[in-house]
Design a protein around this ligand. Structure first.
Ligand SMILES: Nc1ncnc2c1ncn2[C@@H]1O[C@H](COP(=O)(O)OP(=O)(O)OP(=O)(O)O)[C@@H](O)[C@H]1O
Length: 779
C-alpha cells in the first residue's frame, strides 16, 4: 500500500492534461510556421552558400591529419568524437542556422511523443480500473480520451519521420556542397587532380548519403529512448521505491556491460564495406566508360572476371558481417526482450505479493477498492516497463548504429583531411604578363611521400588504418627527375616544338608549364603569361590554354563543347541580348577546325548528346582545337592533340591558330610540324635529364620583319641563344636537327619528283600521239 500511495492517482490526470495540451498547441503553431516558411523558401533551402577558398583554408585547422582514427576497434574512441565534431561544424555551421530550428522542431516532437506515451500508459490503467470496478460511465470516458490521444500520437509519429528525413537531406546537402567546393578547387590547389585517394566517387556519393541518414536517424534514436528512459524511470521510481529503483539501475548497468562485451567492431566493418562497394562501383564505371575499347579487344570475359571478383570480395565481407551480427543479435534480443521483461515482472510482483500478505483478513468492501487500485497500478506499471524495455532496445540499436557511424565518420574525415592537407602549388612569378620563362627548373615525377613523419608513425600503429586507407601522397614532392635545370624563355610569336622519344617527359614539361606540377630544383623559377582582357572585344584572354592528348568532351550541348570551360551563363552574358553574333562567330570557328557541318548534322547548338561517343577520334581532336580558337590564349600547349587529324587539315589549323596571334607550344614526334615553329626543345632521353633549346633558323613559317612585330625579339633571341643547352647535349641536338633537315629536304625532293613524274607522263602521251599520226600518214 505504501508503494501505491506514492503513485499519482489517475484522477489527477485531468490537472496534468493542461501542460500537455499547451505543449501540443505550441508545437502545432511552431510546426505550421516552420512548414509555411519551408514552402516559400523551398528553392533556397536546397541551395547552400558557396565556401570561398579563404574560408576553406581557415577550416583546415579542424581537419589535421594526426587526428585520424587511430584504432577503429576501440569503437567510440576520443578521436571519433573529434572527427565527428569537425563534420558537425560543416552540417550545422551556426546556432542560428535553419538546421538548428529543424533540430528543435524534431526534439519537440520527440519530447511530445514521450509525454504522450506516459499519458497512454496511465489512461490504459484507468480504463482497466473502471472495468474492474464496473464503472460504465468512467469506462466510456476513458475510451473517448483514448481516441482523443490517438490523433496527436499519429501526427507526432509522422512529423518525427518527416523531420528526420528533412534533417538528413540538409546534412547531405551541406556536406556535398562543402566537399564540391573543396574538391573542385582551382589553382594553386587543384585538389581534384592531386588527391591521392582511390574511389573518390564512393566517398562523395554513397558515403555522404549513408552518413547523413545515419546521423539524422541516430539523433532521434538516441534522444527519444534516452528521454523515455528518464521519464519512465522517474515515473516508475515513485511506484518501486528506493530499492526497486536501485535494482532498475543495476539492470541497466548489467545490460550495457553485456552488450559492450559482445558488440563487434561495426565501425571498421562499415568502413571496409564502403571501400569494397567503391571498388566494385569504380569497376562498373570503367567498363561503361571504355566499352568501345574493351569491345574492340573482345575483353568482355576478362572484364566480367574482374567485376565478379570485386563483387565477390564485397559479398564475402557483407556475409561475414551478417554472421558476426548473429551472436550479437541473439544476446541483444535475449537481454532486451526477456531479461528486461523478467526483471520488470519481478519488480512489480514483489511489492504486490508483499501487500497481499499484509492485507489478508481485512473486510471485503475495502478489498474491492484495493483490487481496483492494484489493477490500475499494475496495468500502468506494466505498460511503463514494457515501454522501458522498448526504449532500452532502441538505445542499444542506436549504440550499434553509432558504432557504424564511427566507421563512416572515419572515411569522410579521411577524405576531408586529405583534401584540406594538399598543399598549394608554388605560384608562378608575374613577369611582364606575356612571357613564358623557366629558369633552372627540374621536372620531377611527384613521389608518393607521406607529408609528415607523424602520419607515417600513425599508420604504423594502426592496423585498421592500413587496411582501409590508401597511402597519402602529395603531388608536389620530388621523385624521379625527367629533365634537369630547364631554362628557356618564350615571348609572343615564338612558337616552340617539344620533341623527344616516348616517355622522356614531354607532357611532364607541359604539366609544369601549365601549373599542374610544381617546379623542383634549387632556385627554380617559373614565369607564366597572365590572363588579360582583350581590348578589341572586351573578352578575357587566358595566358595559357592546354589542348591535352586525350580529347575531353563535357556533359552538355554542342555549344558547351566549343566554349568549354566557359559556362553557358558567361557566354550569354558576354553577348548580351545578341547571342546570334556569338553563334556566327562559333560557326566560323568550327569552319576553321573543319567541323562546320556539325551544327546542322546534330540539329543545332542546343543538342545534348554523349559527345564522347558521338564524335570520331579526329572530330574530337578538332573540337578540342576549336576551343583554343574560341578562347584565343596568348600561348596554347598542344600535346599531341592532332595525331588523328590528316596532315593537310593539321597544317591549316596550325596556321589559323598563329593568325589569331596565339603562340604555339607543340608536343609532337611529327617532323612535318617543325615548319610551323620557330624553336625546338629536344629532350635527350638518355636518363641524364639533358635537353637542348634551339632556334629553327630555316623555318619557312617565321614571318618577315614587316609583318611580325616581334621579329626583332626573335632575332635577338636567335642571336643571343643560338642554342641553349645543358652541358654535353649539343651534339645530340645537332644530330636531331640534321636528321629533321634531311627529312624535310627529302620531302621537298619527293614533291619535285611528283612534278617530274607528271612531266614525263605528259611527254610520253605527246610522243604516243605523234607516233600515231606518223603511222597513219605512212599507210
Ligand atoms: N603521375 C605519375 N606518376 C608516376 N609516373 C609518372 C607520372 N606521370 C608521368 N610519369 C612517368 O614519367 C615519364 C614521362 O611521362 P610523360 O607523359 O611526360 O612522357 P611523354 O614524353 O609525354 O611520353 P609520350 O610521348 O609517350 O606521350 C613516363 O615514364 C611516365 O610513366
Amino acid at each position: 500500500m505504501v508503494v501505491f500511495s506514492k503513485l499519482p492517482r489517475i484522477d489527477h490526470l485531468s490537472s496534468s492534461r493542461q501542460p500537455l495540451l499547451l505543449l501540443l498547441a505550441s508545437i502545432l503553431v511552431f510546426r505550421s510556421a516552420f512548414l509555411s516558411s519551408d514552402v516559400t523558401s523551398s528553392t533556397t533551402s536546397t541551395a547552400f552558400p558557396t565556401h570561398s577558398q579563404a574560408d576553406l583554408a581557415s577550416d583546415a585547422r579542424y581537419f589535421p591529419l594526426h587526428s585520424r582514427q587511430r584504432n577503429v576497434k576501440s569503437k567510440l574512441s576520443l578521436s571519433f568524437w573529434q572527427q565527428f565534431r569537425s563534420l558537425l561544424r560543416i552540417v550545422i555551421p551556426s546556432i542560428r542556422s535553419r538546421d538548428v530550428l529543424l533540430l528543435l522542431a524534431h526534439s519537440s516532437f520527440l519530447v511530445l511523443r514521450t509525454v504522450l506515451s506516459v499519458a497512454v500508459a496511465k489512461l490504459d490503467g484507468r480504463i482497466v480500473r473502471n472495468l474492474v470496478s464496473a464503472d460504465g460511465y468512467g469506462f466510456l470516458r476513458g475510451l473517448a480520451l483514448w481516441f482523443a490521444l490517438a490523433v496527436p500520437s499519429i501526427y507526432t509519429n509522422s512529423m518525427i519521420r518527416y523531420l528526420q528525413s528533412k534533417l538528413s537531406l540538409r546534412f547531405r546537402g551541406r556536406l556535398t556542397r562543402y566537399i564540391h567546393d573543396l574538391y573542385l578547387s582551382s589553382a594553386p590547389y587543384l585538389r581534384y587532380h592531386r588527391v591521392p585517394l582511390q574511389g573518390i566517387d564512393q566517398y562523395i556519393t554513397a558515403d555522404i548519403e549513408s552518413w547523413s541518414e545515419s546521423v539524422a536517424g541516430i539523433y532521434g534514436n538516441l534522444m527519444k529512448p534516452s528521454l523515455d528512459l528518464l521519464l519512465f524511470t522517474s515515473q516508475l521510481s515513485r511506484a518501486l521505491g528506493f530499492r526497486g529503483t536501485l535494482l532498475l539501475f543495476v539492470n541497466y548497468y548489467l545490460t550495457i556491460k553485456i552488450l559492450q562485451a559482445v558488440t563487434p567492431a561495426f565501425g571498421r566493418l562499415a568502413a571496409t564495406e564502403a571501400r569494397l562497394e567503391g571498388d566494385y562501383r569504380a569497376g562498373v564505371g570503367r567498363v561503361g566508360r571504355d566499352s568501345e575499347e574493351i569491345a574492340f579487344y573482345n575483353g568482355g570475359t576478362l572484364e566480367r572476371d574482374i567485376l565478379t571478383r570485386a563483387y565477390l570480395r564485397l559479398i564475402k565481407h557483407v556475409n561475414s558481417i551478417y554472421k558476426i551480427r548473429i551472436a550479437y543479435e541473439w544476446t541483444e534480443d535475449f537481454v532486451i526482450k526477456y531479461l528486461w521483461s523478467a526483471a520488470g515482472y519481478g519488480l512489480i510482483a514483489v511489492p504486490l505479493l508483499i501487500t497481499r500478505k499484509r492485507g489478508e483478513g481485512k473486510n471485503r468492501v475495502a478489498n474491492d477498492g484495493v483490487v481496483a487500485d492494484r489493477t490500475e497500478t499494475y496495468i500502468s506499471n506494466r505498460r511503463l516497463l514494457l515501454s522501458l524495455a522498448d526504449a532500452g532496445g532502441r538505445l542499444m540499436y542506436a549504440y550499434k548504429d553509432l558504432v557504424e557511424v564511427a566507421g563512416l565518420t572515419g572515411r569522410l574525415y579521411t577524405l576531408l583531411s586529405t583534401l584540406h592537407n594538399i598543399s598549394a602549388l608554388q605560384p608562378a612569378l608575374p613577369g611582364d604578363g606575356n612571357t613564358f620563362e623557366l629558369r633552372d627548373v627540374d621536372i620531377c615525377i611527384p613521389s608518393l611521400i607521406p607529408p609528415s613523419p607523424d602520419l607515417s608513425k600513425e599508420k604504423a600503429v594502426s592496423p585498421a588504418f592500413d587496411e582501409d586507407v590508401e597511402p597519402l601522397d602529395h603531388l608536389s614532392g620530388s621523385g624521379t627527375t625527367l629533365v634537369r635545370a630547364l631554362s628557356l624563355a618564350l615571348r609572343p610569336s615564338m612558337h616552340l616544338m617539344i620533341t623527344g622519344s616516348n616517355g622522356v617527359g614531354k607532357t611532364s614539361v607541359a604539366r609544369v608549364l601549365a601549373g599542374l606540377w610544381g617546379p623542383s630544383g634549387v632556385g627554380a623559377r617559373v614565369t607564366r603569361p597572365s590572363s588579360d582582357v582583350d581590348t578589341a572585344n572586351g573578352r578575357s584572354r587566358p595566358g595559357v590554354f592546354v589542348v591535352p592528348q586525350r580529347a575531353y568532351m563535357v556533359t552538355g550541348s554542342l555549344l558547351e563543347q566549343v566554349i568549354y570551360p566557359q559556362t553557358l551563363g558567361e557566354f550569354y552574358a558576354l553577348h548580351g541580348g545578341n547571342a546570334e553574333d556569338g553563334f556566327k562567330e562559333l560557326q566560323g570557328i568550327l569552319e576553321a577546325a573543319h567541323l562546320g557541318y556539325l551544327v546542322e548534322r546534330e540539329g543545332g547548338w542546343g543538342t545534348v548528346k554523349e559527345w564522347r561517343d558521338v564524335l570520331s577520334g579526329g572530330e574530337k581532336q578538332r573540337m578540342s582545337l576549336s576551343r583554343a580558337f574560341y578562347h584565343r590564349p596568348k600561348f596554347v600547349i598542344l600535346d599531341e592533340c592532332t595525331s588523328a587529324v590528316s596532315s593537310d587539315v593539321e597544317g591549316q589549323m596550325y596556321e589559323h591558330a598563329k593568325s589569331l596571334g596565339i603562340s604555339l607550344i607543340t608536343i609532337s614526334l611529327r617532323p612535318s610540324l617543325m615548319k610551323y615553329h620557330t624553336h625546338l626543345l629536344t629532350l635527350v632521353g638518355d636518363g641524364t635529364g639533358r635537353w637542348t633549346f634551339t632556334p629553327i633558323a630555316s623555318s619557312p613559317s617565321v614571318t618577315t620583319s614587316d609583318a611580325n612585330p616581334y621579329a626583332d625579339v626573335i632575332a635577338s633571341q636567335q642571336d643571343t641563344s643560338e642554342s641553349q643547352t645543358n652541358p654535353g647535349s649539343v651534339a645530340v641536338a645537332g644530330d636531331l636537327i640534321r636528321v629533321l633537315e634531311e627529312i624535310r629536304s627529302l620531302e621537298r625532293r619527293l614533291e619535285e619528283a611528283k612534278v617530274w613524274d607528271a612531266r614525263v607522263r605528259e611527254l610520253e602521251e605527246a610522243l604516243q600521239v605523234r607516233e600515231g599520226g606518223d603511222a597513219s600518214q605512212g599507210r
